[in-house]
Design a protein around this ligand. Structure first.
Ligand code: SF4
Length: 91
């Protein structure tokens, strides 16, 4: 605003530029966490494939013990440390 109480052209342009960025930030904060893929969609299997298995994958979250099922950051459900899916990524 300028001294006479009116918005200057610069004020208006500044707000027009800031608004979409603010709206995008709100939308991102409100969006639910990215849903995981289903085991079927990722062709998950409970056995290793070509020496690759979940326990050696960077997405695997280990269970209570070394042999217990854990979870996966990208695939839904209970995941065997000896499992495998097409998203396998070595640690
Ligand atoms: S991405 Fe696939 S291979 Fe890796 S831990 Fe998850 S289910 Fe296992």
């Amino acid at each position: 605003m300028n001294g006479s109480g009116k918005y200057t052209r610069k004020d208006v342009i500044g707000h027009l530029i800031a608004l979409p960025a603010f709206a995008a930030a709100i939308a991102m904060a409100a969006a639910p966490a990215q849903a995981k893929s289903s085991q079927a969609a990722m062709k998950y299997q409970k056995s290793p494939k070509n020496g690759q298995k979940c326990s050696g994958c960077k997405f695997f979250v280990a269970g209570a013990s070394k042999t217990a099922n854990g979870t996966c950051k990208v695939v839904d459900g209970s995941i065997s440390p000896n499992g495998w899916c097409m998203a396998y990524s070595p640690r």
